[in-house]
Design a binder for this molecule. Structure first.
Ligand code: ADE
Length: 249
């Protein structure tokens, strides 16, 4: 997969050199290219923003540098048949979910446009919306100072789903929000050695070697945790998906 990010803070994306994403890049599973938006400005101050039409607080990112930057990025991949999906982080976008992460992980090429200030001139979104699949995406109901942190979040969520990136292909099977039998349930508690720590043991069932009982216990714990932390998820689940044990919880 190829990922391009156009930003006025390229250094903000440095965490993409470490850990899981860094390793995926080093192994050639992920081709990440970071671009400085100011390279596509032509004035002495490298201006990327201006006052909003209609008045109001804050500044709006100018369309010209974004247009030139995105044309150049898209052109740089023109030899490939596919066009990129343009991902625009904004608190007014659609929610970023595991489902969207899975969908994006199946695309060959993503371009992210993290904005600062009050956002990007609307005409940029319209212009590329005519040519590309454009997704305006929010990572949550809070407002950050810019889209760079959301881009880090989204790239990590997508990268760990790529084939060969996680050590064990099964490790995202039971993720909270992963599709399947545990869909809509949060992942339950986990334990490792030592068997006793500060006087605290681990649930006997995990030592039983009984796979059926362990699976049952994990399902119950996941259900309990979901009821406690995310009752909204339980409410939206079809009651037909609950089993007899769930009803006792
Ligand atoms: N930019 C600022 N806040 C954001 C959010 N919550 N999601 C995506 N982009 C943002």
């Amino acid at each position: 997969m190829r990922i391009d990010v156009v930003t006025i803070f390229p250094e903000y994306l440095e965490p993409l050199n470490v850990s899981l994403v860094g390793k995926a890049r080093a192994r050639g599973r992920l081709d990440v290219r970071i671009h400085d938006l100011r390279e596509w400005t032509h004035d002495k101050h490298n201006t990327v923003d201006d006052t909003p039409y209609g008045g109001g607080p804050g500044m709006v990112m100018k369309p010209e540098p974004w247009g030139e930057a995105l044309d150049a990025v898209i052109e740089s991949g023109a030899q490939g048949a596919e066009l990129p999906v343009l991902v625009v982080p904004t608190p007014s976008g659609r929610p970023f979910t595991q489902e969207l992460a899975v969908e994006l992980s199946e695309k060959p090429w993503l371009v992210f446009t993290p904005a600062r200030y009050e956002g990007i001139d609307r005409r940029v979104i319209e212009e590329y919306g005519d040519r590309l699949d454009v997704r305006e995406v929010s990572i949550g109901d809070y407002v950050l100072a810019g889209g760079e942190a959301p881009v880090l979040v989204m790239i990590e969520a997508v990268a760990r789903l790529l084939p060969g990136v996680l050590g064990n292909a099964e490790s995202h099977r039971d993720d909270s929000f992963a599709p399947g039998a545990m869909a809509d349930l949060l992942e339950g508690p986990v334990y490792t050695k030592p068997p006793e720590w500060r006087g605290r043991g681990i649930p006997d069932v995990l030592l039983s070697g009984h796979h059926g009982k362990i699976a049952r216990w994990r399902r119950d714990e996941a259900f309990r945790r979901t009821v406690r932390n995310r009752p909204d998820l339980v409410e939206r689940t079809d009651p037909a998906a609950f089993d007899k044990k769930d009803r006792e919880i």
